[in-house]
Design a protein around this ligand. Structure first.
Ligand code: GDP
Length: 469
């Protein structure tokens, strides 16, 4: 797509709105440098058009004969910029008045306001990055934990885009050969070597299968690990949640609530965000009818990847605890049974838990005892969560992981299509029918990197960006 895309010049504030030390205004497009030269006078008096690319200059911005701000202008010429077209960035003092004046001047000189994500969209359209990389830019900006940051950065720097493109290129070759066979149908020739074709299909299938499987880990790294704390009313859910969050709260209280849904609390362990589901439900009054509580607990458990079940020997029987696990246990969910309030009991806890353990042989569960109120053995629970986070991190280490739902869905569809090609080949399906399934595989693979795309898909992706990105 390189070079096909010519553009008008867009302008936007690239930094956050509101007063700040610096506000960066970004111009991109064919006229970016010419427009910048009409409002910016470098102190050394040379126009930006005559200066080397990738250089920074101190000067004055003037509008309608008034001096607006002394600022830095960074100039990117030709295609070596973020967007792949001429770019000028003004780093002004971050006053909302200054920003408004500079923006107004740029608009008056012929630029137009950028749409959400338009700079990154241009970078994609100008061949600077694959679509999956452009999407990672949004993920990187939104990243709020070590893990989500790491996977976004990996994807932005290429991730699996080049691997998919290579496989797609090879498949495209075969598609052309198979389609050529159609032109010579009467002669019954085979241009496409069936054995190498089979080998390629199996390689593609293997690669896609791995990527599809990585999504469960990738999704946790990007979006955090959903955790449900459940148990009867008064089991100590709220006390435990507070105890777990307490230390972190001191650090993050400034930002808490500004970015997060208020019904969810987040604890960062091992670089992974543990998200406690429906904490509003935990915190509300205790006299809710129990049936509602039960239904709510079920929904929470269904959404969770970690279930922490609180009980104690006074309010629950061994049979209650066992029945709970048997009802809600799912493979792949980390089940932690927590015998709470052990500060109240001098004996009986071990016997109780031993009975639970014996009744649940074969279930992959972790049993812990603690006192949420007195914060005894809280560290053990944290350590358990840390170990789990480490397992997830380890599963992702060194591998490419898929974190984006759109990619995951396209990969699943590509997998189904490639399996159909394999089956078709095995059953001696005619070349014209084979070609249809091959085209479909190509389509889904191409939709990930953007080798095939349409305006609707692009609109959807980039409208989620912020303006100025
Ligand atoms: P929830 O209904 O499950 O959220 O239970 P709460 O966290 O509100 O706790 C109910 C009552 O049990 C409160 O009075 C808590 O102080 C008390 N509680 C919670 N954990 C413990 C504990 O470990 N030991 C003792 N002695 N009391 C606890």
């Amino acid at each position: 797509m390189n070079g096909l895309y010519t553009s008008d010049t867009i302008v936007a504030l690239a930094t956050a709105t509101g007063a700040g030390a610096i506000g960066v205004i970004r111009l991109s497009g064919n006229e970016a440098i010419a427009i910048a030269d009409t409002i910016f006078k470098a102190h050394h008096a040379k126009p930006l058009a005559e200066l080397a690319t990738h250089t920074v200059h101190l000067g004055m911005i003037e509008a309608e004969g008034h001096q607006i701000d002394e600022c830095l202008a960074t100039v990117f010429k030709g295609q070596r910029s973020y967007t792949g077209e001429p770019v000028v960035e003004f780093s002004c003092h971050g006053s909302s008045y200054i920003i408004a004046q500079v923006m107004k001047s740029c608009l008056a000189k012929g630029a137009r306001l950028a749409e959400a994500g338009e700079f990154t969209k241009r970078a994609f359209l100008n061949g600077k990055m694959a679509l999956s990389q452009a999407e990672a830019v949004a993920d990187l900006i939104a990243s709020d934990s070590e893990a989500s940051h790491r996977v976004a950065l990996q994807q932005m720097r290429g991730g699996f885009a080049s691997e998919i493109e290579t496989l797609r290129g090879e498949l495209l070759n075969f598609a052309s050969l198979i389609e050529l066979e159609l032109d010579f149908a009467e002669e019954d020739v085979a241009f496409a070597d069936r054995d190498s074709f089979k080998a390629l299909l199996s390689h593609i299938k293997q690669t896609i299968t791995q990527l599809v499987a990585s999504f469960s880990v990738g999704n946790v790294l990007k979006n955090g690990m959903p955790v449900a704390i459940v148990g009867k009313p008064n089991a100590g859910k709220s006390t435990l949640l507070n105890a777990l969050l307490n230390e972190e709260r001191a650090i993050v209280s400034d930002i808490a609530g500004t970015t997060r849904d208020t019904i969810e609390e987040v604890l960062h362990i091992g670089g992974i965000a543990f998200r406690f589901i429906d904490t509003a439900g935990i915190r509300e009054t205790h006299d809710a009818i129990e049936a509602i509580g039960v239904q709510r607990a079920k929904e929470k458990i269904a959404k969770a990847q970690i279930v922490i079940f609180l009980y104690n020997q006074h309010d629950d029987t061994v049979a209650d605890v066992v029945a709970f696990v048997k009802e809600h246990y799912r493979e792949g969910v980390f089940f932690v049974l927590v015998h709470n309030k052990i500060d109240l009991y001098t004996e009986g806890v071990d016997t109780f838990d031993e009975q639970v353990r014996c009744a649940l042989v074969g279930y992959n569960i972790t049993l812990l005892t603690l006192s949420a109120k007195e914060r005894v053995y809280l560290e053990e629970l944290k350590q358990s969560l840390t170990n789990y986070a480490q397992q997830i991190n380890k599963a992702a280490a060194g591998n490419t992981v898929v974190t984006n739902l759109r990619h995951y869905e396209a990969l699943q569809q590509a997998l189904t299509a490639v399996e159909r090609v394999e089956e078709g080949l095995a059953s001696g399906l005619s070349a014209d029918l084979l070609a249809i399934d091959i085209r479909e595989t190509l389509y889904y693979l191409g939709s990930i990197t953007g080798a095939v795309s349409n305006d609707e898909v692009l609109g959807n992706i980039f409208s989620k960006f912020c303006i100025g990105k």
